[in-house]
Each structure stands twice: as C-alpha cells, then as structure tokens.
Design a protein around this ligand. Structure first.
Ligand SMILES: [Zn+2]
Length: 432
C-alpha cells in the first residue's frame, strides 16, 4: 500500500497533470483547490497576478492567447486534495551560516576532518543558494537573510549573498540585511564605511545588534543616518530586555518608521509590547529558538506568552526560522509551516494568526504587499496536501509553490507500508 495521505482511490502522484507543470506558459489554472474557508475553487493566474477566482469549474478552459496556434496557452494543474494558501515568506534567516553545524564524525579509521574549512566566495554562494532553495521548497517565495559585513571579511559575505540573489531571480526574492559589528569610535570606522558601501552595493536593509557596540545609542544614530541616506529599511537584532533602552531605541528609530523591524525580542517584558506597538515597530520572533551565532553569541528563546502579549498589545508578530542547521540550532529548519506550527502548538496564537505570522506579516517585514486568494493580488501561493490549515501545519509534506505566477517548486511525498497491513484510509483528515 502506498500513500502520502491521498484519498483512498489510489497512490498520490503529485499535483496536476503527468507532465511537469514547472515552466508553463503565461497563464496558469489551479483547479479544484480548497481554500482555508472551505471553498473549492479554480484560480486563474495571468502574469504575476491572480486574474480570477471562482467555484470549481466556473472559469472554463484556459483562454486562447494572442500569437496564433503556436502560442503557449499555459497549464492546468489539478489541486484536488490540496489546500491553497498565500505563500509564506522567510522574515529572518542567516543563510551564510546555514549548514555550518559540526558535521557527523568520520567513520572509524577515516582521517579526521579539519577543524575549520576555509570558505571561498563560490562556496558561500553555493551555501546561500542551497539554503534559499530549501526554504523555497517549503514555500517561502520571499526571503530575508542577515549577513555580517566589515572586519577581515570586508564585504565578501555580502557579495556572495548578492551573487546568490541574482542566480535565484525568477525563483524567489532574496533580500539582504547588512550587519556591521561596530559603528562607533575609532574601532567603528571600518563598520561605518562598510555599511555605506554595502547599501550602495545592493543590500536591502541596514541591521546589526546595537547591544554589542560599546555605545548602543551611537550605533543606532549611525545606522539611522546611513539608512536615511540610502532610503532603506532597518532590521535590527535586540533581545529587548531593558525597557529603558528599548524606549530609547524606539525613539531613535522614529525617523525611519514604518520601515523598522526588531527581532527576536526574546527578553521583552512589560511595557515592551505596548511601547513597540505605540512606536509602530514590527517584531519578528523566532519560534525555533536560535539565530545569530557570532552576532549575539547565544541562542535566543521564545516565550509563548511573549507572542501572546505582543498580539494583545496590537502587534501582529511576524515569525522567521533563524537558524538553518548552524551552530545556534543544528536541527534548525527553514520551514515556515514549522514556525507557524510552533506558535500554534505552544498556544501563543490561533491557527490563522500563526500562519499569518509567517505569511502576510512576514511579507510586511520585507516591505511586500499582502496576498489574498482573490483577483488582483500577487500570485505568490503555496498549495499543501491537506484539507485544512490545521492539517497543513500538522504535516503537509507535499507542496507546490507559485512565485510571480509561475510554479517554481514541487514536492511530492510518498509513504509506504508493508502489503500485509490491510487498512482503509479515511478520505478526510489524512496528512501528507
Ligand atoms: Zn538573527
């Protein structure tokens, strides 16, 4: 018997026609998908937008396109058994550190691995690309990664990320946050120069951790000036445990609002949530409890009550993954549904708010418009095997990802059991 949670009418072969739908024409019809509100719909996509949504069967065949009979008319993908959602986004990652956790020990008798492996620019680019594709496979069509600048490495790590960003164009949108270590005094001269260079080179946002600079207020002042000159957002690391310092930080960042994000804020206490809500500052939490090795030098934590307090104060928190198998969290995953699951399973948010944290709230952190499955909205979509949001968060492994109106990734999970197990699977409630 073979199943990945498909209905009992046979093994699931993945969504859509037998032909590979990746690389279809300019029009795409997603047929028979279930929405979170229970409706079964067809969704027609034209270009990078949702063109129409109607009850299943209500949109007719794909329209003929200008250009005669040789024109590509697009693809129809059967999403029966799939839940269609706005695509998630990765709000906080460290892709240049991804997969850097200590490797498995060599077999007995094999030569020991070197303690450290020098990284070329090409290796860094490959690592970042692999991390971004991992996240994309889970559904994150837009991603933001923080990268260290300055010191002996100069802008090398940023350049590697920007090369990966270029290679990923058309598959996913990759944003970068330039992270200088120091920005004040004589020791901060290099950081100040590199920050401005990084923003000119193409970094999306200015970031860092003010608490690591001997003069946190001075750090933020330099950052605000540089971001103002470059007209870019700010995305800072802070634990937020000192309400007085947090108040000063919020006031200093006022000129850049609303394009200000703080995270992971794991030490935030009263009156922190209300203070940030009043200041109009976005918050990214990291439910997987890890990021920033080499930046903060310690793992971060997430109190479910903190997220609930943020929501109560009027902040709809975003959630990111943080670590992807690096030293801060060797088991870290880049699956937004995992982050949403942790928020929901921990009781911090209800199912809808938990998914919103990794979807439209994460997109807002990235400065991207919201997605709804309705005409006119961006065609940034994730189809997950399942019949409900709860089922998707509980274990939706089979997925289809649409970015900018194009199917960019498909994962088809197959689970097998021994033939001796005679078991009729229910049609509803199965996962996969
Ligand atoms: Zn971080």
């Amino acid at each position: 018997m073979t199943t990945d949670g498909a209905p009992a009418d046979g093994p699931h072969q993945g969504p859509g026609p037998a032909a590979n739908p990746l690389g279809h024409g300019p029009v795409l019809l997603l047929a028979g998908a279930r929405l979170a509100d229970g409706r079964i719909v067809d969704v027609r996509i034209s270009g990078d937008r949702i063109q129409a949504v109607a009850a299943a069967g209500g949109l007719g065949p794909l329209p003929a396109l200008p250009g005669g009979p040789t024109a590509t008319t697009g693809a129809r993908i059967d999403l029966t058994g799939y839940l269609l959602l706005p695509a998630p986004a990765e709000a906080h990652a460290h892709y240049d550190l991804a997969f850097s956790a200590a490797p498995a020990p060599p077999p007995p008798g094999a030569p020991a691995l070197p303690a450290t492996t020098p990284q070329s620019a090409a290796e860094l680019t490959r690592r970042v690309t692999e991390a971004a594709l991992t996240s994309l496979g889970y559904g994150a069509t837009a991603q933001r990664t923080h990268v260290r600048i300055g010191g002996a490495g100069g802008l090398g790590r940023l350049e590697a990320v920007l090369t990966a960003r270029q290679a990923l164009r058309g598959l996913a949108e990759l944003q970068t946050v330039a992270v200088p270590r120091l920005l004040t005094g004589l020791a901060g001269a290099d950081g100040r120069a590199r920050l401005r260079e990084a923003l000119k080179l193409g970094a999306t946002a200015a970031g860092g951790c003010p608490e690591l600079d001997p003069d946190p207020a001075g750090y933020v002042q330099v950052l605000v000036e540089a971001a103002g000159e470059a007209d870019c957002p700010v995305d800072l690391h802070t634990q937020g445990g000192d309400p007085v310092a947090l108040g000063r930080l919020a006031a200093a960042l006022a000129p850049l609002r609303p394009r200000v994000t703080l995270g992971p804020c794991s030490a935030l206490g009263a009156p922190g949530p209300a203070l940030l809500a009043d200041a109009g500052i976005r918050v990214v939490c990291l439910p997987q409890n890890g990021c920033c090795t080499g930046i903060e030098g310690r793992p971060t934590g997430l109190r479910p009550s903190l997220v609930a307090e943020l929501a109560k104060a009027g902040i709809a928190p975003a959630a990111g993954s943080g670590s992807l198998r690096d030293a801060a969290n060797p088991a870290g995953r880049a699956d937004p549904l995992e982050a949403a699951y942790l928020l929901a399973a921990g009781g911090a948010l209800d199912l809808e708010a938990a998914y919103d944290a990794v979807a439209n709230q994460a997109r807002a952190v990235l400065g991207l418009p919201p997605v709804r499955i309705d005409a006119g909205f961006p065609a940034e979509l994730l189809a997950v095997r399942g019949d409900s949001l709860a089922g998707a968060l509980a274990g939706g492994h089979s997925r289809l990802v649409v970015h900018s109106g194009r199917v960019v990734s498909r994962t088809s999970a197959v689970r097998e059991f021994a033939d001796t197990v005679a078991l009729a699977l229910p049609r509803q409630g199965a996962s996969g």
